[in-house]
Design a binder for this molecule. Structure first.
Ligand code: PXP
Length: 251
């Protein structure tokens, strides 16, 4: 079999909402591992799972059961708590994305305050990095947050695309995308790997995917929503195709 050559722009498929449907009834189905297999076979470069503090979707058994069976790297999203750090050090995912968490939020609604928590996050990140986990910080596209990420020792940032994705006013949207591009440029100059995610769909992903500095996009909700009608393989490969076309031909 030919060696797997990763495409220039990586797609991390977030499968949390497969578990959301399962947890709604505490049934054994839909089978998360089945979803992992389909996503991997359809163009996912990594599998992203968010083990939330309230365990509203992904469970501990999911991450420990799936990790040894993955064909692609695991990106574990988690809050910066001692409990999560212990889980990550036991699980040893290839990548770990540190996100802020509030129990009452619908989803991760803002970036991490890396500036305000610089010392704490530095101490939090060091054991993960020492264990060989590639740590990223989920931050707003803000110069000070990028500087803090460098000081903390995180090699990767994931830029929060939620404000851009939610903006309906074209001028505001244009301003927000410029902010993301500027953050990608500055972060890249600082030596950071630039990922992005949150709220990306088959349309708003194009300008981000077309920009050469983005390394990986983590996308979940829009893919799972489409999969309800088309099936997961089509939903993943369609996103893969949209991203590849944008990177190749421009948005
Ligand atoms: N990246 C991060 C850090 C997230 O917290 C999430 C949501 O869990 C995503 C990406 C995926 O966002 P969405 O489900 O809106 O595509």
């Amino acid at each position: 079999m030919a060696a797997y050559v990763p495409p220039a722009l990586r797609l991390g498929v977030n499968l949390d909402h497969i578990a959301t449907i399962r947890q709604a009834r505490h049934t054994p189905y839909p089978d998360l591992m089945h979803a992992v297999r389909l996503a991997e076979a359809s163009g996912a470069d990594s599998i992203t799972l968010h083990l939330r503090e309230d365990r509203r979707h992904i469970q501990d058994d999911d991450v420990f059961g799936i990790k040894p069976r993955l064909a692609r790297p695991l990106n574990l999203e988690m809050a910066a708590t001692d409990g999560m750090q212990a889980i990550a050090l036991k699980l040893l995912p290839e990548a770990c994305c540190i996100v802020p968490e509030r129990r009452e939020e619908l989803t991760t609604e803002g970036g991490l305050d890396a500036v305000g928590q610089q010392v704490r996050l530095h101490d939090f990140v060091q054991p993960l990095a020492a264990a060989g986990i590639e740590v990223s910080l989920f931050v707003e596209p803000d110069l000070r947050q990028l500087e803090a990420a460098v000081a903390i020792g995180a090699p990767v940032v994931e830029l929060h695309t939620g404000a851009y994705a939610n903006a309906r006013d074209p001028e505001q949207r244009a301003r927000l995308i410029e902010g993301l591009f500027e953050a990608a440029r500055v972060g890249h100059e600082m030596g950071l790997v630039i990922n992005a995610g949150h709220g990306l769909d088959y349309d708003n992903v194009r300008p981000i995917a077309a920009h050469p500095l983005f390394h990986e996009l983590n996308i979940g909700h829009s893919i799972i929503a489409r999969a309800l009608f088309t099936g997961l393989p089509e939903a993943v490969s369609h996103m893969r195709g949209v991203m590849d076309a944008a990177r190749r031909d421009g948005a």
